[in-house]
Design a protein around this ligand. Structure first.
Ligand code: SF4
Length: 476
């Protein structure tokens, strides 16, 4: 039987999914987008099986907490898709928009996950949303740290929102309730300050999917605060009740979709001015800091070294989640997993198991300071073996990592593993050497090109992060 045709890749700004895998150096890459990054043990085993039987057995967790299966072939793709779709891990939209719109912190509470589900439901109704659109959803526990989002939703707890009752209702058997929400309420006046209200062209609110678990014991969702990405950083609006926030969010996403821009911060000035003209700005919350690896109460955050694991390890993690915890795994933006122990003893046992399996559970582990993409030969664009070079870079960089420095080794200027700046960025070239970029990101032009060995030698004599710029100065 001839294999099912693989849908062709669109030209720009797209993201791979299940139906539309991405060609890479080691075959097709299939990306899974579980809502809130949560997998049941059964789903994790299905992903491991798909990777083992239809891919090359290797998986990556992305910086958005998604899971990639590598080495899929045109012949095995249909089987991989069937295994994953049968486990509820199939694509949720087919218009080229984001399969997963939101990102949440690994310690996010049930309220935060309810907001995530509501935002995902709103996003799925907006046709033509750019594929890379990202809404960061945070609560106090589920901090994300700096994220290149298009919109942020922060649970503020500033005032209760009985309007949340309008999107609440009975739970379904599947653990997720499809709730018929009331039409969006009028935009409430801001709690403080002057300002005009947004003339929102609202449609019917539609059904909002809310995790049934999130409803247990909760009487009202706290107020939400929304921020919009601009070239100067997030522009925070005044806190509003949940229903009003969701109505504004819907309008902002719709206007982004029809603008033609690929990211919110890329809007033309006049487009942004129109978007923001009638919204009331507010004081932003304090900047958040990402939660590091380690035990946090009964929750273990364990990072995969450089974001990669294999099918056997994913199977073991699924088993631990059942034997020690609640039968769920969370995929984290730190490119690892979150596992919740049943009690303190099982949480500590989880940490010991993970550490013995080679996962990072110590926040001081120098590998945490180094980001690495697959590089060559796994990725066709890679000029250097970034993943293979990363452990040696981490070892040579350890003394700088202890002082807060970060490094990024990338197979090419695209910088998939870490879009932002790092203290030291190495950019793979077709000749097998690295372009060296101090204090900036992978897309930065550089005149300094070194072998990997020469980079390691220079690091030996670099004592403090401040010295990196001098040690890797471009030739005059
Ligand atoms: S940064 Fe380049 S080499 Fe690395 S995964 Fe992305 S495209 Fe491939």
């Amino acid at each position: 039987m001839s294999p099912a045709p693989v849908m062709p890749a669109p030209r720009r700004g797209w993201c791979p999914g299940l139906a539309r895998p991405m060609p890479t150096g080691d075959g097709l890459l299939v990306r899974l987008h579980p809502v809130a990054g949560r997998l049941t043990a059964v789903q994790a085993r299905a992903a491991a099986r798909a990777a083992r039987e239809g891919g090359n057995g290797l998986l990556d967790v992305t910086a958005r907490g998604n899971l990639q299966i590598r080495g899929v072939t045109a012949q095995s793709h249909a089987r991989v898709a069937a295994v994953l779709a049968g486990s509820g891990l199939g694509d949720v939209r087919h218009d080229g928009g984001p399969q997963r719109l939101t990102l949440n912190g690994p310690l996010a509470g049930t309220e935060c996950r309810a907001v995530v589900a509501a935002v995902e439901a709103i996003g799925r109704e907006v046709m033509g949303l750019p594929a890379k659109t990202l809404v960061a959803v945070e609560d106090e526990a589920g901090a994300l740290g700096p994220v290149e989002a298009d919109l942020w939703v922060r649970i503020t707890g500033a005032f209760p929102s009985p309007l949340w009752a309008g999107v609440r209702g009975g739970g379904g058997a599947g653990g997720t309730a499809q709730l018929d929400a009331a039409p969006p309420p009028p935009i409430a006046p801001p709690p403080c300050g002057e300002g005009k209200r947004a003339p929102l062209d609202r449609g019917p609110c539609g059904a909002v999917a809310v995790d049934a678990a999130a409803q247990d014991g909760e009487s009202a969702l706290p107020a939400l605060q929304l921020a919009v990405a601009t070239p100067d950083g997030p522009l925070w609006l005044a806190p509003l009740p949940a229903g009003a926030t969701f109505a504004i969010l819907r309008v902002l996403l719709t206007r982004l979709a029809i603008s033609g821009a690929r990211r919110m911060r890329a809007l033309a000035n006049d487009q942004r001015a129109t978007l923001l003209a009638d919204l009331t700005t507010g004081e932003g919350p304090p900047g958040s800091v990402a939660v590091p690896a380690g035990l946090h109460g009964r929750t273990l955050l364990a990072d995969f070294p450089f974001g990669r694991c294999d099918a056997a390890l994913l199977d073991r993690l699924a088993g631990w989640s059942e034997s020690h915890g609640d039968g769920h795994l969370g995929l984290t933006p730190n490119r690892g997993v979150a596992l919740v122990g049943r009690d303190d003893a099982t949480a500590e046992a989880l940490r010991d198991e993970a550490e013995a399996a080679g996962l990072i559970v110590d926040p001081a582990d120098p590998r945490r300071a180094v980001a690495a993409c697959p590089g060559a030969p796994a990725c066709a664009s890679g000029g250097t073996p970034a993943q293979a070079d990363a452990p040696r870079l981490a070892a040579a960089f350890a003394h700088l990592a202890r002082l807060g420095a970060t490094a990024h080794v990338s197979g090419c200027p695209k910088g998939c593993a870490h879009p932002g700046p790092a203290t030291l960025t190495l950019v793979g070239r077709a000749d097998g050497r690295y372009g060296v970029v101090p204090q900036c990101h992978a897309g930065t032009e550089t005149g300094l090109v070194l072998t990997f060995g020469a980079v390691l030698e220079r690091l030996e004599s670099t004592r403090v992060p401040h010295d990196v710029r001098d040690a890797f100065r471009e030739p005059a």
